[in-house]
Ligand binder design. Structure first.
Ligand code: SF4
Length: 379
């Protein structure tokens, strides 16, 4: 299979979005955030394209404004805010970096790397924003225009940087001896901050396995919708089962009856929560009274309330085993505890996790409802 890194990332964020985009090839208009990101990347590329004299700040701003795309902005105020944000980002970039001093090896560097073996061999492609020569080695840099900055820990484990480094090492295999000096960085243009990390050969090996796993899921056609923080920017909301009901014109069940049922369900859920909390307060009050009076039943005008002590037991596993094993019944009472298994999964080696995942089968399926109240509805 041939797949781009960005498509892999889309699958990891939401498999259904991947299907819409890569399998069904449904086109959506580019979001203003994506267009803004492209213009910023292209400006940075212009700034660093090797030349006798790198562009001045004024020339960089001129390039940015000549390439500006007004069409994606519907509201003028929004467009003006985005434009001046771009200007500040470039000004800040020049304040903190001198383009004449950067030692660029490659810009927008395209790569293709093979992962896996034999019939399980795949090609992952992508574009590295920038590769610099540093005093000690090299630095791979990816520009980000996002508002949110990740923690250093996230950068230390960032998949994109790992795959870029692997691609770099495929091109310069000798540099593996120097891996501790090879830097991978994310430059957050909105904040003017660069977060840098390094990788170990073991980390790179793990990444390959992770990618093979993702590719396997794609090949098996696992395309479920995964609601995530990027849904607000997803162009497929109007056809996605998690969101399309929000779009009135798409509602098929838009009858009075169903609307009434949805309204009543949300109201009832809310009432249940209030009642649960009331019950819990009343139970504490009555229990306190029972303790005081030394009684286990209280008589009210409309009924009797009895208090019962419920006990749950656990067994001494060693002793039970000693009793049941000779009777050949021990295996009958053994059961895998799914919650306990999930709790230890994170600390197991990758291969063991993979094997456990393979051993998982659907036991029962049921659908449950959850309610998220609109912010404008009072609790
Ligand atoms: S709206 Fe969200 S859940 Fe639906 S396809 Fe897009 S990213 Fe996935």
């Amino acid at each position: 299979m041939r797949i781009s890194y960005s498509a892999l990332e889309t699958y990891k964020t939401c498999p259904l979005k991947y299907k819409f985009q890569e399998v069904d090839k449904i086109k959506t208009p580019k979001s203003k955030e994506a267009v803004f990101g492209t213009i910023m990347h292209s400006t940075l590329n212009f700034i660093h394209t090797p030349s006798m004299l790198p562009p001045t700040l004024e020339q960089a701003l001129d390039y940015f404004s000549r390439n500006w795309n007004s069409e994606v902005f519907e509201v003028e105020l929004e467009e003006r805010a985005a434009f001046s944000q771009g200007v500040s980002m470039i000004q800040d970039y020049y304040r903190k970096n001198d383009p004449a001093k950067s030692n660029i090896v490659d810009l927008e560097s395209r790569f293709q790397i093979e992962i896996g073996e034999d019939e399980n061999k795949h090609v992952v492609s992508g574009i590295i924003d920038r590769i610099d020569k540093t005093e000690e080695s090299y630095e791979i840099i990816d520009y980000k225009t996002t508002k949110k900055m990740p923690s250093q820990e996230k950068v230390d484990n960032d998949l994109q940087l790992s795959i870029y480094l692997q691609a770099f090492l495929n091109r310069y295999p000798k540099e593996i001896e120097n891996i501790d000096k090879l830097k991978v960085s994310l430059y957050f243009l909105k904040h003017g901050v660069k977060l840098t990390a390094t990788r170990t050969p073991e980390q790179l090996e793990k990444i390959k396995n992770l990618f093979l796993d993702v590719i396997k899921q794609i090949e098996e056609g696992k395309f479920y919708a995964q609601v995530n923080p990027l849904c607000d920017w997803c162009g497929y909301q109007n056809i996605c089962p998690m969101w399309k009901h929000k779009f009135k014109e798409k509602r098929k069940l838009d009858t009075e009856e169903v609307n009434e049922a949805v309204k009543k369900y949300i109201e009832s859920k809310s009432q249940i929560n209030t009642l649960k909390s009331q019950l819990s307060n009343l139970e504490s009050q009555i229990s306190e009274y029972m303790d005081q009076e030394g009684v286990e039943r209280v008589f009210g005008e409309n009924g009797i309330i009895a208090r019962t002590l419920r006990k749950t037991y656990k067994y001494n596993e060693k002793k039970i085993r000693e009793i049941l094993e000779p009777l050949d019944k021990w295996e009958d009472v053994l059961k895998v505890d799914g919650i306990a298994l999930k709790n230890i999964l994170g600390v197991l080696p990758f291969d063991a996790r993979k094997e456990i995942e393979k051993a998982k089968v659907v036991d029962k399926e049921s659908k449950s409802f959850s309610v998220k109240k609109n912010n404008n509805i009072e609790e």
